[in-house]
Each structure stands twice: as structure tokens, then as C-alpha cells.
Write a protein that binds this ligand. Sequence first.
Ligand SMILES: Nc1ncnc2c1ncn2[C@@H]1O[C@H](COP(=O)(O)OP(=O)(O)OP(=O)(O)O)[C@@H](O)[C@H]1O
Ligand SMILES: [Mg+2]
Length: 448
Amino acid sequence: MSTDTVLILDDDPDVGTAARLLLQRRVGDVRVLQRPAELAAALDALSPSVLLLDMNFAPGQTGGEQGLALLRQAVARADAPAVVAMTAYAEVDLAVQALKLGAFDFVTKPWNNARLVAIVQAAAASRRPAVPATPRASALLGESAPMRQLRRLVANVAPTEANVLVLGEMGVGKELVAQELHAQSMRAAKTFLPVDLGALPETTFESELFGHRRGSFTDARADRAGRFQTAHGGTLFLDEVGNLPLAHQGKLLTVLERREVTPLGADRGEPVDVRIVSATNLDERRLFDPACFRADLLYRLNTIVLRVPPLRERRADILPLAHHYLAHYAAQYGRHARPLSAAAVQALQDDDWHGNVRALRHACERAVILGGQSRLDVADFRLGAAPTASPPAATAGSPAASGHRLEDVEREAVAEAMRAAQGNVSEAARRLGVSRAALYRRLDKHGL
Ligand SMILES: Nc1ncnc2c1ncn2[C@@H]1O[C@H](COP(=O)(O)OP(=O)(O)OP(=O)(O)O)[C@@H](O)[C@H]1O
Ligand SMILES: [Mg+2]
């Protein structure tokens, strides 16, 4: 069954119910509205692929003016649904007007069940992108056994609706796996929305994720959809889920259990249909420690667990990835491709790649920019900045007075912050007062 969303707008509740019962077994998600005034908000929140639209709403009205006005509104949207117009009065003129205004089709009430289903299915299909002839290549490169296994798992899991938890060290490719799961899923045409839970300020956590109503707090000057609503019909990627404070874990759990969100200041929940893919580089022991992470939330997130092994455990991937990124950056910077020296091949192969594929990618970018004319050598990759003799001791006196190089001081500060944050990048970045991206660059620069 597809994951299309069909929205029905009809002032007669019986009609809405009858259509919903008929369609929901055949076209996926069906929502019913009775009041035309709610249409705009529902289109915003649901982005349905089909709108089944009654033409007359006020008692005694038969001309269809109100329906035509709503039709104009709907088809004018950037994410316009396919509109199927309905009326109890088989007036040909009205049908022609509706089709001229962009309706996909027209049905009269009482409808023929099979015909209505077929029209709605065709309308939904008209909104789906054409399926590409050739199967798309996975963006997850690597011919090592673990990578081939991971690609197979992704291909099996993607078309299901199961929530997936992706585990692995920083830079191994967790976000890329999440993107692949979405791209190979039935939701591929819909939104893939990453949210870095580690970077969400505590104060705006709920408003960011669940949205808010105008006036629900000082700065809430307008209604705002949360990430859940924005990702409706698609995939919500909850990154750094391991950093979610316990207090917020309960709120997230409620939404996952009820499949509805209540924006701040709203008096009732809104159903949401999102597939959850989450990721963390948190050590699994801590993930299974209830003092760190709620078991009931974990249970909701880890229907399927995918582990991405560190690069040093799949060394067969190092050279193919290096060649891929050297070619990528040569093209990006307009440089000609240069062969690697034997020493460079060995050095790439032997490095421990603490930052995994991200670090390899950055090293390749450096080599393309800084490398010699005829070939690329070890030094061009700047693998792990030359370690100082001994790390500077944390003396009370200022580092400068003790003659330590700024490089070393920075390296020590970064290493110290990573130790204190137990490898948690967002936490270490917060402690250092820099963004995650800035910290990545320094981790890279110092080969940490
Ligand atoms: N198998 C792969 N093939 C090609 N590129 C890859 C692969 N794995 C990772 N990359 C690239 O390496 C970089 C890091 O990957 P990604 O951002 O997915 O890592 P991550 O596990 O989410 O890291 P972090 O824990 O730091 O957030 C990205 O630029 C990504 O495109
Ligand atoms: Mg990531």
C-alpha cells in the first residue's frame, strides 16, 4: 500500500466517513475535514497528494462557488495536491469549470466505489515522480565485506516502515546511511529532515520539534510547524539522539507512542506520519544504561539497528574511498588527477583514521589543494598533525608564558574537551564554545 495522503473536505460527516472507510484500505493515509476554514492549515501540515473536495458547503447552496474558490486556492500552491471535485448535483457546467481550474477529475455523489477508488489512486500516482528506469546506485561506497553487508541491510530495511537506529563512531557515515534508507524507501519523494538533537537549545526543544501556536510564549508571534509536522509523510532523522537529556526523552517517547504532536499552546494533538531514523556515536553500553537513556524510548527507536564499523575495521574501503574523493575534489577545484606515490598509498592504508571517512575525505581535499604537480605524496595529506613531544601539562601559569606553541595549546584544549565529553562531539563543542563544524575542523587538523 502506498504512503500517499488523501485529504477529504466535506461538510457532511457521513460522506467523510464513508469515503475514508472506502479509501483508507487502498490508498494509505486518509484525513477528513468538515470546515473549509481549516483547509489551508491542513494542506500546510499534511501536504496531501490528493484532495477530495466537496463543492457546496452552506445549506441550500448548489452553485459550487465556495468549492471552486477552495479549488483555486489548492491548485495555486507550490505543493498542490491533485484535486478531485465532488458534488451531489451532476451539473456538467460545474464539472467543466472545475476541470478548467485544474481539478484532476470530477465525481458526483452518490459515487461508484470502484470509480472513486480508481480516480483517487490515479490522482495520487499523478503526484509521484516517475520511477527512474535504472536502479539508483547507493551513495554508500566501499567493497569491504562489512560495507557490502551494510548495503544489503539498507536495501532490505528501507522499503519497510520500521524505525532504524544507526550506531557508529563519528564520521563513519551514519547520516549517509539515514539518507540512503530514505532514498530507497516508499517515502523517497517526501521530506528527509535531519535534526541535530545535540544542538537543540533546551529552552526551545519542544517548539522546535512539535511547533507552537501564536502567543504560546513571548516570542511566538505566529503559528509555527515543528520538525515532526514538516517531515510529515517523510523521514525524520534524529541525529545525536544519545545526547537527548532524560527530561526530553519522555516528551519524544509520548509523540512516538501516540503518533501525534501537540504544538505548544495548542489544546489538541495533530496526527503525524513520520518514519524515524536516529543515530548516535554514544557507546552502546551507555545507550542501554537507563540512567542515560530510557529503555522504553530505545525500544521505539531500535526496531532495526544498523552498525557502521569504523574505517580501521574495513581497511579494504580506504583506497577506493580515497580515489573517489581525490577525483571528486580534483573536479571541484579544476585540478588534473595525479597518481599516488607508493608511500602515500601505504600511509593512507596504515592510518587509524580516528575521524573515519570524514577525516579521509578532508585529507583528500587537502592533498588535491596542496599536492605537487606530478603526483601526491604522504606529506600532501597532512595526516594527523605531527604530535608534540609530550602534551603540555595543565599548569596554573598562562601557556604563552611557558612558551608553548598556540598549535599545541589548541590541540591540548581540544583533546581535553573530547576526553571530558567522553567523545561526544556536540558536548565538547559546547564546552569549547565553538560549532560542531568548527570542532570537526580542529579534530581533523590535529589528527584527533
Ligand atoms: N561509505 C561511504 N561512501 C562515501 N562517502 C562516505 C561514506 N561514509 C561516509 N562518507 C562521507 O563521510 C562524511 C561523514 O559521513 P556522515 O556525516 O554520514 O558521518 P556520521 O557518522 O554521521 O558522523 P558524525 O557522528 O560525526 O555525525 C560525509 O561527507 C559522507 O558523505
Ligand atoms: Mg552525523
